[in-house]
Design a protein around this ligand. Structure first.
Ligand SMILES: [Zn+2]
Length: 282
């Protein structure tokens, strides 16, 4: 599943490649992809004849601004890629594959195509006068962005103080911190030397300081690599990221730890495969 670094890579691609993309026509091939009220009908009516402007990211959500021809705001196009959603910019018309869900056409013949094998990806139209949080309830529940000032060890100490759940499970919860999934949770906990099963409330201030530092460090490295090699993630030009080559524990169950040679363990924690080194992570 795309996590913060992958979604950030997609955001950069959308902004770079869709400069002045004027949507003249939209085809929704799968109604389920449209999550906003009024379904595809309202979605198409409001987004056709708009320019795509800036793209922002909040957690794993992409937020595109929609503008009129005079560059006045018309609202937003919000997208969550979920498991397998991906955008492709098509310059020369080709027939859509069976996993194509939504097609945005530009007058010059270019197409922004949304392909989603598992079909869990979602899109919302948010009118200009509405708040994004009111239309996309998942955004309302998001915790702080890892790179924001609100995310620090004091915040975590307060937030996790009474929580019995494991720190792995807390990191996966988008209301603790936005944008983290399985890969970066495992890699961060390794870097910070924290056992993923540790009860969140038992982490000391020192642990939380290391956890924050490690999370930012791992995310920065991965963003620099254009996201991960794992999963089906591709950027708009079909290129896979390169983070996986340097993973310390993720998907390395049974292999030797790159630091201490101990066998990496793999076990499900709250339903998700978790990888850690029992020697480096106490
Ligand atoms: Zn180790």
């Amino acid at each position: 599943m795309p996590e913060l670094p992958e979604v950030e890579t997609v955001r950069k691609g959308l902004e770079k490649l869709l400069n002045n993309f004027y949507i003249t026509k939209i085809d929704v091939l799968k109604e389920r992809s449209i999550a906003s009220i009024g379904g595809s009908k309202t979605f198409i009516q409001n987004i056709e004849n708009s320019y795509l402007g800036n793209w922002e990211r909040r957690g794993k959500y992409l937020i595109g601004s929609l503008n009129t021809i005079n560059k006045n705001s018309k609202g937003f196009l919000v997208v969550h890629l979920r498991m397998t959603g991906q955008f492709k910019l098509i310059n020369k018309q080709t027939l859509p594959c069976t996993h194509t869900r939504v097609r945005f056409f530009e007058k010059s013949g270019k197409e922004l195509r949304f392909i989603d094998i598992r079909n869990f990806g979602q899109m919302w139209y948010v009118p200009y006068k509405k708040s994004i949080k009111d239309i996309v309830s998942g955004i309302k529940r998001l915790g702080p962005e890892p790179f924001s000032q609100d995310f620090n060890s004091c915040y975590l100490e307060k937030y996790l103080k009474h929580k019995k759940r494991s720190i792995k499970s807390a990191l996966l919860d988008q209301s603790t911190v936005a944008g983290i999934g399985n890969i970066y949770a495992d890699e961060t906990l390794f870097d910070a030397g924290i056992n993923p099963k540790t009860e969140s409330r038992n982490l000391k201030k020192d642990d939380l300081n290391r956890l924050c530092r490690s999370l930012l460090k791992i995310l920065k490295i991965s963003i620099g690599e254009g996201g991960t090699t794992f999963s089906d993630f591709r950027d708009l030009e079909g290129i896979n990221g390169n983070y996986g080559g340097q993973a310390w524990v993720y998907r390395r169950g049974g292999k030797r730890c790159r630091k201490c040679e101990t066998k990496i363990l793999r076990e499900k924690i709250c339903g998700r495969s978790t990888h850690w080194c029992p020697n480096c992570q106490k």
